[in-house]
Design a protein around this ligand. Sequence first.
Ligand code: IMP
Length: 435
Amino acid sequence: MPVIVVVGVYWGDEGKGRVVDLLARECQVVARYAGGANTGHTVINDLGEFRLKLIPAGIFNPDCLCLIGNGVVVTPQVLLDEIAELTARGVAVTNLRISDRAHVVLPYHLIIEQQEELRRGPFAIGTTLNGIGPAYGDKTSRDGIRMAELIQPAVLRERLANVLARKNELITRVYGLPPLDFDPLYEQYRAYGERLAPYVTDTGALIRQAARAGKTVLLEGAQATLLDLDLGTYPYVTSSHPTAAGACLGVGLPPSALTHVVGVVKAYTTRVGSGPLPTELVGAVGERLRELGHEYGTRTGRPRRCGWLDAVLGRYGCEVNGVTSIALTRLDILDTFPEVKIAVAYELDGRRIETLPADLEALARCQPVYETLPGWLTPTSAARTFEELPPNARRYVERVGELLGAPVSLVGVGPSRLQAVTNGGLPWEGGHAVQ
Ligand code: IMP
């Protein structure tokens, strides 16, 4: 009865969508547990290319129950657009359910976020401006509006009137902007509630029942470990808990229910936006990684900063998530490098350290200590088993597993679903790890 979490080990963009899509075909329940419309999973399959923001990737498997968990914040218009697009392209959404405890993103969240980011000046977080942070802030300060309230017009009216009055004070008195009108806002959200009501239910009860019945359950991570509010590179983090512990809270399963944690690791490290990146390569090698890997933000087109694989961060990510197996993506991008490096430690002010400092200024001063491995200079994209990988590629994969402290059970060698190396099993089936 596997209950599997798929989590990104670094800052996101590790290729989770691809791994989730691959695994979701085998699952009976797939649930999103954190984040909101600030993320995007690109899924390419027989029906074309889809970019999912809120709906779990299991939606392409007609036998799979797809849940948006209580830990997610829902932007109703984004969700309705996604439902409409999937339906128009022949994907049924009849198996979609939304937690009645999931919080709703409202227009004032977007205004507050924009204004606060502006006022942060040089300390701006560089958020996606989807209102995610303020929506989670309202959840914490007990001012949130949940799906359970959204679908009850009378309750929504009372609650929204109370919260909006206070938000409008902030909007007018602090930001000097015009207030939001209650009537049109209420009407718009009442209508959203009416349209979404058929999907809203107690998803926690459903998932606990599925886990008890021995069904295969996949908890689909969004964002990644180093963006976790508690465990990430604060303050350059998101406002939820993308880590495995957050998965339990975000769907209403107890920690003891988890049986496998799949950590998604890219074969090299990338980061978008500001913040320290110890293994960043600013010269020709970094440029080559970016070009070969098409490392540009999917929505903004911003170039991602690229560097060699950072095993210090990777080990931290695997430890805090309790990763039981690693899905190593994009190995093929390294095919043409005569040598490849892995940061095994940092040097900080003359000392060797192997852990992630909380102080970001200290992290920025960390110099990577590299281990150099020979490249393989052979295409890997046709390999389907570990034995078919060139010996040096295999050595690299094994070394990543050793350094990160978990076996590598899946290796991505190209963009299509089929271009994955395994030893004949899925990560929870065992018997296929290389370590
Ligand atoms: P927010 O989640 O919009 O509040 O943004 C906070 C930080 O998380 C910013 O640095 C974003 O770029 C980052 N972030 C949020 N979602 C994702 C994601 O799906 N992939 C990568 N970075 C993300």
